[in-house]
Design a protein around this ligand. Structure first.
Ligand SMILES: [Cu+2]
Length: 149
């Protein structure tokens, strides 16, 4: 029981570091919100990373992103970053993302992002990886991304 609580605490700390890296958020201030550098961040095996990219709904009806998978991560979630009342950055899981016809889902640093947890391999800059998005309308969509800081 005690061991479980300790492990949860550790993973919680690692998560908050990956999701709410204060330095990274500050570095990102100069990046215009309309410019998204598509990438997966480098990380050690066993660690946590994030994916940023733009998905456009090319269907003529609204679609819903229901889940995301990656064969290099044990757990993948869609997260939303937000600022708390006292100015801290937090994040929460977003179970579904609805995208209207012709519209984009913009996964970016400091906003909606794909959280990759429990990496089963090291992600090194220069590598190329793929995430699998599952939509209720478009079905499975594979997105290839470079690993970049
Ligand atoms: Cu996150």
């Amino acid at each position: 029981m005690r061991k479980t609580a300790f492990l949860l605490l550790i993973s919680g700390l690692m998560l908050s570091e990956a999701c709410t890296n204060q330095k990274a958020e500050k570095e990102n201030v100069n990046e215009k919100p309309d410019v998204i550098r598509e990438r997966v961040r480098p990380a050690a095996s066993g660690g946590t990373s994030a994916a940023y990219f733009v998905y456009t709904n090319s269907l003529d009806k609204a679609d819903t992103l229901r889940s995301v998978e990656a064969d290099f991560a044990d757990m993948v979630q869609v997260h939303e970053s937000y600022e708390t009342e006292d100015g801290m950055m937090g994040m929460r899981e977003q179970k579904e993302v609805v995208v209207q016809p012709g519209q984009e889902i913009r996964f970016r640093q400091g906003g909606l992002h794909i959280m990759l947890m429990g990496l089963n391999q090291e992600l090194q800059a220069g590598d190329s990886v793929a995430v699998k998005l599952k939509f209720s309308g478009a079905g499975e969509v594979v997105k290839k991304l470079p690993v970049q800081p």
